[in-house]
Design a protein around this ligand. Structure first.
Ligand code: S3P
Length: 447
């Protein structure tokens, strides 16, 4: 069963100005989907810029277990020989998705309408996360699920032998749930309709269209109505994965809070369903230039030039939450270094991520001398202003890569060093984080 290896304590100290170019790795969401859609296609999919983080490697392994041929040819260069929609084989072994909620939920969706059975597990973080949000809609297609109490992994899904298409309104803002339903709909006859009240990242819709599915998206007063025609023939594609804005967030925020910094972050996705953090930072007074806007791999991208800035706290509009949901931990670090209060409302989904991120950030910030307020759906950070965060604490990361990276970023600007109890989960999404940050001049090391 999936474990998670020995903890890797890390420490970050007050650093001199960060300088240089930060080439962050490929987008995690797009990387998972490139492998999965490649596996569901006929013919060869050629991927460049694939994120080789553990989460994505676990999805690659899972696609092999369902019958696809997945091969690495060089750094970030992979091919997938797919089995076609409805062609998944029954895996012989338990599918271990490690730390990845995206991996397990999307894969459960795409096997749910095939007459096969698969058992899923993950690490201690993933085994605590709710799967009912996916097993509820796939039951409507005819799939059955048998998991631990509370819809927890390990869980066995028995795919529907005769799936029926569904119309489903996603009850929470979740691209994973939306995507799981769409992927299940691929092997159901007729039209599957997914309605989301708030727009979430739209990579699945964009990529399904790119792989040849008939899919339409309509903005209505009830929300986005996505209609997918079932049982298409998807054909292998060339996918150039753009760089991950959620990873770019760490060097960008570090440069904003370390005095004198100026860094260049090329090719960062500016997809409007992902760029809420950058909008928020600019509202706080961040000096970020968005240079050379263009399209790469079907996504709008720009090069970011980021300079240290005196920031002020703001109220983040709750309707922006979905477009920056993974960035609240590092935003709360920036907020601690800003003057005034930053109010983050409508963020209860943070409680069911790799950790309860409201709790993890609140406890860690308090330990670093920052005062916060929280309730089930809100995090409020009372900023101390640049250079005034005391630090000098060890923060618990709860097997959560973004909590680990956020507190290491705070350590670069705090008065006293900040440690994290375990930096090993950083490898799930940003395996080159330490080297990249050190290359900019950040004082981060293993403790
Ligand atoms: C993701 C969706 C989001 C996000 C996660 C990646 C995706 O999760 O937090 O890191 O690739 O679809 P939710 O769907 O739970 O909001």
């Amino acid at each position: 069963m999936s474990g998670h290896g020995d903890p890797v304590p890390m420490i970050a100290r007050k650093s001199a100005a960060l300088k240089g170019v930060a080439e962050v790795p490929g987008d995690k969401s797009i990387s998972h989907r490139a492998l999965i859609l490649g596996a569901l296609s006929v013919g060869k999919t050629e991927i460049t810029g694939l994120l080789e983080g553990q989460d994505v490697l676990d999805t690659a392994k899972a696609m092999r277990a369902f019958g696809a041929t997945v091969t690495q040819h060089g750094p970030g260069a992979w091919t997938v020989e797919g089995v076609g929609v409805g062609g998944f084989a029954e895996p012989e072994q338990v599918i271990d998705c490690g730390n990845s909620g995206t991996g397990v939920r999307l894969i459960m969706g795409c096997m749910a309408t095939s007459p096969i059975t698969a058992t899923f597990t993950g690490d201690a973080s993933l085994r605590k996360r709710p799967m009912g949000r996916v097993t509820d809609p796939i039951a409507l297609f005819g799939a059955q699920s048998y998991g631990r109490r509370g819809g927890r992994l390990p869980m066995t899904i028995v795919g529907a032998p005769d799936p029926v298409p569904v119309t489903y309104t996603v009850p929470m803002p979740s691209a994973q749930v939306k995507s799981a339903v769409l992927l299940a709909g691929l092997n159901a006859p007729g039209q599957t309709v997914v309605i989301e009240k708030e727009a979430t990242r739209d990579h699945t819709e964009r990529m399904l269209r790119g792989f040849g599915a008939e899919i339409s998206v309509e903005e209505t007063p009830e929300g986005r109505v996505i209609t997918l025609q079932g049982q298409p023939e998807l054909t292998g594609q060339t996918v150039a994965v753009p760089r991950d804005p959620s990873s770019a967030a760490f060097p960008v925020c570090a440069a904003l809070i370390v005095p004198g910094s100026e860094i260049f972050v090329p090719g960062v996705s500016q997809n409007p369903t992902r760029n809420g953090l950058f909008t928020t930072l600019v509202e706080m007074g961040a000096d970020i230039a968005f240079e050379n806007p263009r399209e790469e791999g079907g996504e709008p991208v720009a090069d970011l030039r980021v300079r240290y800035s005196a920031l002020k706290g703001i109220e983040v509009p709750p309707e922006r939450a979905a477009s920056m949901i993974d960035e609240y931990p590092v935003l709360s670090v920036v907020a601690a270094c800003a003057t005034g209060t930053t109010v983050m409302r409508g963020v209860k989904e943070l409680r069911v991520k790799e950790s309860d991120r409201i709790d993890a950030m609140a406890r860690g910030l308090e330990a670093c001398g920052v005062s916060i307020e929280e309730d089930q759906d809100t995090l409020i950070v009372h900023g101390l202003g640049a250079g005034n965060v005391p630090g000098g604490a060890t923060c618990a990361t709860h097997i959560d890569h973004r909590i680990a990276m956020s507190f290491l970023v705070l350590g670069l600007a705090a008065q006293q060093p900040i440690s994290v109890d375990d930096g090993s989960p950083i490898a799930t999404s940003f395996p080159v984080f330490e080297d990249l940050m050190r290359g900019l001049g950040a004082q981060i090391k293993r403790a």
